[in-house]
Ligand binder design. Structure first.
Ligand code: SF4
Length: 275
């Protein structure tokens, strides 16, 4: 008998964040792929952020970046600020024992999921492995919130699981290029205890997702967060979820543009990877 290939669902840190915040929102966004109307200001910020990432990547690859810098004063000032704040990061590898790669891509299979991470820059030598991430917004006040974000947890977890580095040799640093004055950073170290904690949390979340997806095949909806949660006030699916009351009460109107369809989710819409 021929065996059928296992279908893995690809999951990123953003999808894990959404799943943890509200499974129903995950359903609407990733399973149903309901689109919200684009916010032009947000799009513009995203484009500028992508251009900075591209610039850093080109620089790392040894490609010329002067013409980009001359054409864009914002990029020029971010780059100048970053070069002053963290010159050591922009220096080429001191020897051939140091590995440096921008947009470094890794995957890890856990249960029926393919966890995917992309590091803006990975610098690794015989002692340690540093994950670096560029953010084109000011440094946030709340460090612990960033620590709990799945980007921090998943990025270090995947590296520890897919390399020879012990958790204690791994770190992750966010650089916020648009901070007041000069670029600022937040660095997280890692430990075996944190690694075990993340493993436990990840397995729980993915097992839950597995059950929800099974139910979803029989037209069951993924759970909503309990009523009265603040997340609903800012959610574009508040109308669809009948949570508009709460949202309007706070003077925030949910967008109806997302309510494109009442059809039940289609699993075919999720990006899948065949083994
Ligand atoms: S409105 Fe609330 S329950 Fe509905 S998807 Fe958004 S966050 Fe979840």
């Amino acid at each position: 008998m021929l065996s059928t290939p296992t279908q893995l669902l690809r999951l990123s840190q953003g999808q894990l964040n959404l799943l943890e915040a509200c499974p129903r929102k995950f359903q609407h966004t990733y399973l149903e792929q309901l689109n919200t109307p684009a916010d032009p200001e947000h799009e513009e910020r995203q484009t500028l952020g992508s251009r900075f990432h591209l610039l850093m990547q080109q620089r790392e690859m040894g490609l010329p970046i002067d013409s980009f810098l001359q054409a864009d004063t914002q990029l020029q000032s971010w780059m100048a600020g970053f070069a002053e704040a963290a010159p050591e990061i922009l220096k080429p590898a001191p020897d051939d024992q140091t590995f440096r790669e921008s947009e470094h891509y890794r995957t890890l299979q856990v249960q029926d999921y393919l966890l995917t991470v992309i590091y803006d820059l990975l610098i690794a030598d015989s002692q340690q492995a540093q994950i670096l991430d560029w953010k084109t917004y000011p440094k946030p006040q709340n460090k612990s919130k960033l620590e709990k974000n799945w980007q921090t947890r998943l990025y270090m977890y995947v590296l520890a699981e897919t390399s020879v580095y012990l958790p204690e040799q791994i770190s992750m640093t966010y650089w916020f290029v648009q901070s007041q004055g000069k670029p600022q950073n937040i660095k997280f170290t890692y430990s075996t205890a944190q690694h075990q904690q993340t493993a436990k949390k990840l397995h729980q979340l993915l097992s839950q997702l597995g059950n929800w997806l099974k139910g979803h095949k029989t037209n069951l909806l993924l759970p909503q967060v309990p009523e009265g949660r603040k997340i609903c006030d800012y959610c574009q699916f508040a109308v669809k979820c009948d949570r508009l009351q709460t949202a309007a009460g706070d003077g925030i109107l949910a967008t109806e543009g997302a309510i494109a369809t009442n059809s039940l989710p289609n699993l075919d819409n999720i990006q899948e990877v065949s083994l």
